[in-house]
Design a protein around this ligand. Structure first.
Ligand code: FAD
Length: 431
């Protein structure tokens, strides 16, 4: 008996049916399990919908978890007393992670922001998936989208364990790169010239927060000494995370090409930049950073890559004027934050009473009836998008996408009862 336990029996297998695919049917299919996709999936599940949440990574949480962003911004109004602007899963995250000591709301720049542990947020998302009976499908990359007479009928996905086909009544493109809209053959936008830089984030440990230099001190030193350390970006910051001697470092600018080979290389180059940034911090601010080392590198952080052409193109003028659209579904006060040159970014903050809005039209490609985008790939000019692609409004967009598709059912998201949608997401656009 004992001998058998050490030599478990095997069987010989061979793939039989080359065309075998797993098929899945749901009410709603959300592609992209970042913060906007998670918001959409949870809202829809709470409405009693059968939801599948798909992601190309082998884990959920998107950039909020896997790129180690560390801060939810755009969630509160400006000034030290800025009020909370988005609710839904934002309330749950603030409550649950806050109670566990994994999230702190504190002033960070122009507004209160929620600093969180990415590990805790990742587990929170996973627990919600189980609790709400959402079907997770991770490690599943979108290969083909079947658009039949203005409706997305099914998606073909490749996983390491074989191909999967998903059919649903409604689809949310929360991929950040408009992957679903792109694969459906619909119009998308990309920067016409130049690039919008992403960043390689990292978490460092053994950080001494008592000696943390201010953001201005770090940036001033970067301008003076950055070249000496081989750094291209001349601003950035390190911020302590809740509950320990760890900090996130955001001090690099990396390109996010949509070419697969170039993207792979840039991901590695981003880490080289991050290492140089840590060398800089250790040498220039030894009291705070002398004993630090890297605990984790995030996956390459992508700000704006490719996004949809929607029924409404949000403009920077509308953002600056705070236009409150009839079909507004999200609001924020976050500054214009354009990362379009290697050395730094353009930062245009707003006054304490300012709010700007996202219209539902910016989430909807005009040529599809059951497809809504949410998150950083909605329609706007590059500058407008920089102020609404942060996590606060992303949560509101995910919620709106779920409610709109719920209201549309087998009909069109272009013909839903707007008053009904407005009533459902009112907390995210009114006090
Ligand atoms: C470096 C950096 C710092 C930032 N700092 C902040 C900050 O401090 N606070 C803040 O609120 N915001 C910040 N932002 C912005 C914010 O993090 C993102 O805009 C936001 O998280 C986007 O969420 P999302 O759900 O739209 O997309 P993502 O989080 O990008 O999620 C998209 C998901 O879709 C999946 N996917 C993509 N393509 C496919 C495909 N073809 N098939 C299957 N799955 C696919 C991806 O794997 C990913 O998980 C920062 C962004 C960056 C890059």
């Amino acid at each position: 008996m004992q001998d058998k336990a050490f030599r478990p029996e095997t069987r010989i297998v061979r793939r039989q049916d080359r065309s075998a695919v797993r098929k899945h049917r749901a009410d709603l299919c959300v592609v992209g399990a970042g913060i906007s996709g998670v918001s959409a999936a949870i809202e829809a599940a709470r409405l009693g919908r059968d939801v599948i949440l798909v992601d190309g990574l082998p884990a959920v949480g998107g950039q909020a978890v896997n790129s180690i962003i560390g801060m939810i911004v755009g969630l509160f109004g400006n000034g030290p007393n800025g009020k909370q602007l988005t609710h839904g899963i934002a309330d749950d995250i603030l409550r649950d992670l806050g109670a566990a000591g994994d999230l702190e709301v504190r002033m960070g720049g122009v507004s209160p922001n929620a600093f969180y542990s990415e590990v805790a947020l990742g587990r929170w998302v996973e627990r919600k998936i189980l609790e709400l009976n959402i079907t997770p499908l991770v490690g599943a990359v979108l290969r083909r989208v079947h658009l039949e007479q203005r409706r997305v009928a099914e998606l073909e996905l490749a996983t390491r364990y074989g191909d999967v086909v998903v059919r649903a009544d409604g689809f949310v493109d929360a991929t950040g790169d408009a992957a679903l809209v792109w694969q459906a053959g619909l119009e998308c936008r990309e920067p016409a010239e130049g690039v919008i830089y992403g960043s390689q984030m990292m978490v460092i440990e053994n950080f001494d927060d008592a000696h943390r230099p201010t953001r201005d001190e770090v940036s001033a030193r970067l301008r003076d000494r950055g070249e000496h350390y081989g750094l291209t970006r001349r601003d950035g910051f390190a911020m302590n995370l809740p509950g320990g001697r760890t900090a996130i470092v955001n001090m690099t600018h990396i390109e996010n090409p949509l070419d697969p080979f170039a993207a792979s290389r840039k991901g590695i180059e981003g880490k080289e930049q991050a290492d140089r940034a840590l060398n800089f911090l250790k040498a220039e601010f030894p009291e705070a950073f002398g004993a630090t080392r890297v605990r984790a590198y995030g996956l390459p952080g992508m700000r704006q890559t490719r996004w949809i052409v929607g029924c409404h193109h949000l403009t920077v003028d509308e953002v600056r004027r705070g236009v409150k659209f009839e079909d507004a579904i999200a609001r924020t006060a976050w500054p214009l934050e354009q990362h379009h040159h290697a050395e730094g970014y353009v930062w245009e903050p707003f006054t304490e009473d300012h709010l700007h809005y996202v219209p539902f039209g910016s989430l909807t490609p005009p040529d599809a009836d059951n497809l809504v985008a949410a998150g950083r790939a909605i329609d706007g000019d590059a500058t407008a998008l920089s102020s609404v692609r942060v996590m606060g409004p992303c949560i509101a967009m995910g919620a709106a996408a779920a409610h709109a598709l719920d209201l549309a059912g087998e009909g069109s998201v272009h013909q839903i009862d707007r008053t009904a949608l407005n009533a459902r997401i009112r907390a995210n656009i009114e006090d």
